[in-house]
Write a protein that binds this ligand. Structure first.
Ligand SMILES: NC(=O)C1=CN([C@@H]2O[C@H](COP(=O)(O)OP(=O)(O)OC[C@H]3O[C@@H](n4cnc5c(N)ncnc54)[C@H](OP(=O)(O)O)[C@@H]3O)[C@@H](O)[C@H]2O)C=CC1
Ligand SMILES: O=C1CO[C@H](CO)[C@@H](O)[C@@H]1O
Length: 312
């Protein structure tokens, strides 16, 4: 069973969650395998188009008597085309309908930048026409309304930089519990983790395994789970490179959401709490940091709320 992190509203978030992006038709089975393996945290988004599949897996395990709804922590996210204040509650309700659930545990603003509602959902080649001026401070008022209406227990942000977080905190009535950002040894986010910890905001690390299926594609950072030295570190503890990397990330005080639809890997990725890396191994993993992201999307860098034009 996964450990938990305490959120600033007193709720607990399991440290290991199952990522679900591109889980495809295997998603419901992966969710069920994950529940059997001890996962109680599922990371989803309207943009992934698989909330119905995740909901199906959860409901089947509830029906089998393995879990109750309150045992699992379910996250979804608001996509960039729906950031106008009056769109937030309807989009949250839409996600709940897909899941066939009564409430979410966590609802996130997926990205700080907004697209026009009628633009494509991934408007590459259509910028800046597709950019919307709607600011995330306006969106946040809609997120707060979701809490008031009981649609979600907690709200948070994703892909926000430190300046954007400070600006949001100036007007927020309900504080974000977390900031979900890319985190793996190529971009270990130590500065952002420290900044957020000072504000009692937890970091959830996405692409923790460096999205290994993209290895070798030009422009993608080389996934550190394929690094020969990381393999050797794993052999020392009788652990796989993925387990080494996940253990390292969790030791930074964050939650992680590795995605897998492969039962053996789903089990592998949660069995990371029974060893502690030696200082020299941590130092090696630290040395891999280059602030090099998989999800940096330079096509949106002229948007006023693009998050990666500053260091963190
Ligand atoms: N907020 C945001 O903007 C973003 C959020 N996310 C979230 O974070 C999650 C994780 O990120 P993601 O991009 O999926 O990438 P990950 O870093 O989790 O890598 C997933 C890949 O690693 C493979 N894999 C899983 N476990 C192992 C293992 N033990 N050994 C070797 N290979 C393994 C998977 O294969 P297989 O499935 O075939 O087993 C898959 O190809 C997403 O699914 C999504 O939920 C991701 C990106 C952006
Ligand atoms: O959550 C996500 C999954 O990955 C996508 C594409 O790489 C991202 O755009 C998105 O934020």
């Amino acid at each position: 069973m996964s450990k938990t992190l305490k959120l600033n509203n007193g709720r607990d978030m399991p440290v290991i969650g199952l990522g679900t992006y591109k889980g495809g038709k295997e998603t419901a089975q992966a969710v069920k395998d994950a529940i059997d393996a001890g996962y109680r945290h599922f990371d989803c988004a309207w943009f992934y188009g698989n909330e119905a599949d995740v909901g199906e897996g959860i409901r089947e395990k509830i029906k089998e008597g393995v879990i109750k709804r309150e045992d699992v922590f379910i996250t979804s996210k608001l996509w960039c085309n729906f950031m106008a204040k009056d769109k937030v509650v309807p989009m949250c309700k839409k996600s709940l309908k897909e899941f066939q659930l009564d409430y979410l545990d966590l609802f996130l603003i997926h990205w700080p930048f907004a697209f026009k509602e009628d633009a494509s959902y991934w408007p590459v080649g259509q910028c800046p026409e597709a950019f919307s001026d709607v600011d995330f401070t306006e969106t946040w008022e809609g997120m707060e309304e979701c809490v008031r209406q009981g649609l979600t227990k907690s709200i948070g942000i994703s892909n926000f930089n430190s300046q954007q977080i400070s600006r949001l905190l100036e007007s927020a009535k309900i504080k974000p519990v977390c900031n979900q950002v890319e985190c793996n040894p190529n971009v270990n986010q130590k500065k952002l983790i420290k900044f957020c910890a000072e504000k009692n905001i937890v970091i959830v690390g996405y692409c923790p395994l460096g999205r290994v299926e993209n290895a070798g594609i030009p422009g993608y950072p080389y996934p550190t789970i394929l690094d020969k030295h990381v393999l050797a570190i794993g052999q020392k503890y009788n652990k796989t490179p993925a387990q080494v990397v996940l253990n390292y990330l969790v030791s930074l005080g964050i939650a992680v959401i590795p995605k897998s639809i492969t039962k053996s890997r789903i089990i592998e990725n949660i069995n990371i709490f029974d060893f502690k890396l030696d200082e020299e191994d941590v130092a090696y993993l630290d040395s891999l940091n280059k602030n090099d992201r998989i999800c940096h999307f330079p096509e949106f860098q002229d948007h006023k709320n693009y998050p990666f034009n500053i260091e963190f």
